[in-house]
Ligand binder design. Sequence first.
Ligand code: SF4
Length: 444
Amino acid sequence: MSMNVLLHCCCAPCSVSCVKNLRAENINFSLFWYNPNIHPFTEYRARRDCLAEFAANEKLELETADEYGLRSFISAVYPRKNERCLTCYRLRLEKTASFAAEKGFSAFSTSLLTSPYQDHEALRSIGGQMSAKYQIEFLYRDFRPLFRDGQSAAREKNLYMQKYCGCVFSEEERYLKNQKPPDGSHPVPHNFLERLQLLTGGTGLEKISQKRVLVFGAGGVGSWAAEALVRSGIGKIGIIDNDSICASNINRQIEATSFTVGQPKASALKKRLLEINPLCEITAWDALFCRENAHLFGIESADYVIDAIDSLNHKLDLIETVCKAGVTLFSSMGMALKMNPSLIKTAPIWKTSVCPLARLVRQGLKKRGFTGTFTAVYSGEEPIRGNLHQDCAPPPMQDAPQDRKAANGSIVTVTASAGFLLASLVLRDAIGDGLREKGNEQIF
Ligand code: SF4
């Protein structure tokens, strides 16, 4: 029996490329109009009538569930306004799947799969859920490569081209670009991971989104590691730091600005990261890590721990706790007194060299009888001491194992590079690029 598909159409211009694609595959299909997400009514009518005209010109069957759903749509999406697009997809795909099953179609699909502005992976996943629920095939196609051509063809056909996605919220965002909505709602921007997905594929992104990472230390190294992880779609992240932001942090810590001085570092970083991805589950502990409160952070259930602590005893406690729990640890050594980010490397802790903090860590662990191993990120650059002003020169390293009162000089190009390298270790391990298996010690 040949396939008979019900193609949900969000609008005529987006349907052009889908129609071309399905015809090229010799698939039978009818168009379907159900878009209660389009407001106001004049806009709804313009898009609906344009699709009807397009269907007639192309001699295609058009089914409709004609409902201008301002009130029902708002009450469905508003309680979870940060996830409004997911609710919107669900509403439209559920209606399409149930309608297709009821009318005897053998599959359903949607023109939303053509738009690079929509969350393609979410659409694919929701399509799959509706397929299982209504026992009808979801015809998944990545129509996006044809999007630009489709839009040009739509212009040539003189189809009505809309200026915004559909709902009143998207209209507001279109015209008030850099202003926050007055109710504080904050939708996740469409496709904010699109460029990353081109590198990792959908499966890679999915794997990253399932990971939970704890970052101990939200300073010059840890803050950038956390930033990179959230910008890469990590699912859950915990940030632990008991310090508050001071002016001298502004040169190298991402949460430190002239507006945040005085705020607790972990909470300030959480606030920033939520603006990047409101769907990331972020926990901030404005607390110190030490042996006594190690139980607070759920270390055993983490997939990865990033150690960006610079106090030696707490660092040693963390290393022991994480390794005992069998959780993968990536640990930063000293990044102060360095200028050259290209000398930052990775190695098992026992093979580190040059870095004075790494030496103290190796000695401290030996003293404690620790026999495990983990990956360290360290710099092969000799500490720069010559240019330090007498007032801020650090004490000699043998007297400075922990909690130094004197400040060390540091620069963001080095600390951030170490943070990015730590995040990169997590991300590459999460997507399983096989580097660990190849025994590449320069990388792990
Ligand atoms: S922006 Fe578009 S996809 Fe998101 S809720 Fe509004 S109409 Fe639906």
